[in-house]
Design a protein around this ligand. Structure first.
Ligand SMILES: [Mn+2]
Length: 588
């Protein structure tokens, strides 16, 4: 009995034979035309061909009309559109390639299905040896990662509504771009396999692996054997942004999907994303992405209002002011129009901020699609080194984003991260020109329309944000007028931990002010409605903004009795209970 693969082979043989006959015929005519010139030429070509094996391009060959993906895969570059087989050398070359190479066994089996890829051989070459720390190389447990099968089953964590939804099938195909640097082979392979396994084949045109100069070129190169996988390797460390742009430039599908190199796609992860991208760009929601004035990405809860609005449709897209940056889908043409990435950003960090501001301010939108689930390995630390030091690189990238996109609001970032002021950020001229060309909206618009939840300091404020003491923050504890205040673990979500020190010296939470009711050491501080010119509510920062002193009594804000009643004023001392720091100090 014939197996399926033999049938496919037979069909392949039949169609190739047919094309061969056509090719030979057309070649014959070309031959006849230039027969007098061709002999020498053919001999030359054959020799060139023999010398270079298959990896040579024939610049004289006008083979564009013949260009097929299989030809390209073998390294032949179609050169012009002028037509067909001008030269006999090309003719031979063409016949050989189209008619003979497909039936040479080793070239025919150049690509394997992911199911046939030898995981043990690939992963086995880089296992953690006994006695080695399994976290050392990747900052996640490589031993555990290596044990997993590349196509292991993962639980479907989607909302029920997603499971019953029918996704369109006539969607634009996507090129999946995965950049990596010294990734654990098992994690990288799982990422690739999960894409192939969990996506409808016609929607994944290719997987482009961009090896950002990993120590071992084989980490990526060996994966190039898997169907649809194309491997590009940088010849020096370029960092995430330039590597992604390189992958995007090489992509041939209309939609780009960017993934980290340690992900696992879940059931029907791709269709909802492509469906949304294919829809007309609309004006259109428990967690969304956001950031604080230190410009560090964080997760935020939706407001009660936002959650109520979603009750009727729990799987509706969620507008988000910011993306985490590792995993997202974007129309390729739009990615290009919108200036790709800032090519002068290095290694990692800040690019998600930059692309988020850019998309929103220049007319696009960012959404989280709840039905699309992709797992990601979170690490507490970067496994690789940052040329130049991670803090500096992060600050430099973030500064570039702030300088281009945040207008005068960048000063709040500098107030929150004063050290960033001294980090050189390079030339931003071309990004500013691009911003102008795209007629992008000012940051004020973004704050008002996209991220109204972000509290913007008032021009009356001297200091703003959380009032921190180690990991704890000054907290209203939900109390109102005449209530005491305490400390609670900092949650960086504003709310009861949001305070401002104003020019008229009050420490305010909304319209409540910290009030010293009794000007003796050890007395409890109360929240009271703010009153102008009430000396019981006047405070100032002392000792390089590290303490808060009540002006009328010269006593300091102190947390020693926080667990027994609330915060008090005490005689100022070097005690850690009196160290308080605002997130943002607008005067230095
Ligand atoms: Mn990651």
């Amino acid at each position: 009995m014939l197996s399926r693969s033999k049938l496919v082979n037979l069909w392949g043989f039949f169609s190739y034979s047919l094309r061969c006959i056509i090719n030979v015929l057309s070649c014959f005519f070309s031959f006849a035309k230039v027969v007098s010139l061709c002999l020498l030429n053919s001999v030359q070509h054959i020799f060139a061909y023999k010398r270079h094996k298959f990896h040579v391009s024939f610049p004289q060959c006008h083979v564009a009309a013949l260009s097929s993906s299989s030809l390209k895969q073998r390294g032949f570059l179609p050169v012009s559109r002028e037509g067909f087989l001008h030269q006999p050398g090309c003719c031979l070359h063409f016949i050989f390639n189209r008619c003979i190479i497909p039936f040479i066994p080793e070239t025919h089996s150049a690509f394997v299905r992911w199911q046939d890829f030898d995981q043990d051989l690939y992963v086995g070459a880089t296992v953690v040896r006994p006695g080695q720390d399994p976290y050392a190389r990747n900052k996640f447990n490589q031993v555990e990662s290596d044990k997993l099968r590349m196509d292991r089953a993962v639980p479907d964590t989607r909302h029920d509504h997603c499971r019953h939804k029918q996704w369109k099938s006539d969607l634009p195909a996507s090129s999946v771009v995965i950049t990596f640097h010294n990734e654990a082979r098992s994690a990288l392979l799982r990422t690739v396999v999960s894409v192939l396994k969990k996506s409808p084949p016609h929607l994944v045109k290719e997987i482009i692996l961009v090896d950002d100069y990993s120590d071992n070129p084989e980490d990526g190169a060996l994966l190039g054997k898997i169907e649809k996988v194309r491997v590009l390797r940088n010849d020096r460390r370029e960092g995430l942004m330039r590597s992604r742009v390189r992958g995007a430039d090489a992509a041939t599908a209309p939609v780009l999907t960017f993934l980290d190199s340690h992900c696992e796609c879940n059931d029907h992860w791709l269709e909802p994303l492509l469906e949304r991208v294919a829809e007309v760009h609309p004006d259109t929601q428990t967690l969304f992405h956001s950031f604080d004035w230190n410009l560090v990405f964080k997760w935020d809860y939706m407001t009660l209002e936002q959650r109520r609005a979603r009750q009727g449709n729990p799987i509706a897209p969620i507008k988000t002011p910011m993306i985490a940056g590792g995993l997202f889908v974007m129309d390729k043409e739009y990615f290009e129009q919108l200036g790709k990435y800032d090519m002068m950003m290095d290694v990692w960090g800040g690019e998600n901020l930059e692309i988020s501001f850019r998309v929103w301010q220049c007319g696009g939108s960012l959404e989280i699609i709840p039905c699309s689930r992709v797992g990601h390995v979170f690490r507490k630390q970067h496994p690789y080194t940052f040329p130049g030091g991670s803090g500096t690189v992060f600050a430099r990238n973030t500064r570039r984003a702030a300088e281009v996109w945040m207008d005068e609001y960048k000063n709040f970032y500098y107030a929150a991260v004063p050290s960033a002021r001294n980090v050189p950020y390079g030339n931003i001229q071309s990004r500013l020109e691009m911003k102008k060309r795209l007629a992008c909206k000012p940051f004020k618009w973004y704050l008002e329309n996209v991220y109204p939840e972000l509290r913007v300091p008032d021009h009356q404020d001297i200091a703003f944000g959380a009032l921190q003491q180690g990991g704890n923050c000054l907290d209203t504890l939900g109390h109102f007028a005449d209530g005491v205040v305490g400390v609670y673990e900092c949650h960086n979500a504003g709310g009861n931990q949001e305070w401002a020190l104003t020019k008229d010296k009050s420490v305010k939470h909304m319209d409540l002010c910290l009030t010293v009711v009794d000007r003796t050491a050890g007395s409890l501080i109360k929240l009271q409605g703010c009153r102008e010119n009430d000396s019981r509510q006047k405070w100032e920062q002392i000792e390089s903004n590290s303490k808060l002193r009540h002006v009328g009594s010269n006593l300091c804000l102190d947390s020693r009795s926080a667990r027994m009643g609330g915060l008090t004023v005490e005689v100022c001392s070097p005690s850690l209970n009196q160290q308080w720091k605002f997130t943002l100090n607008l005067q230095s």
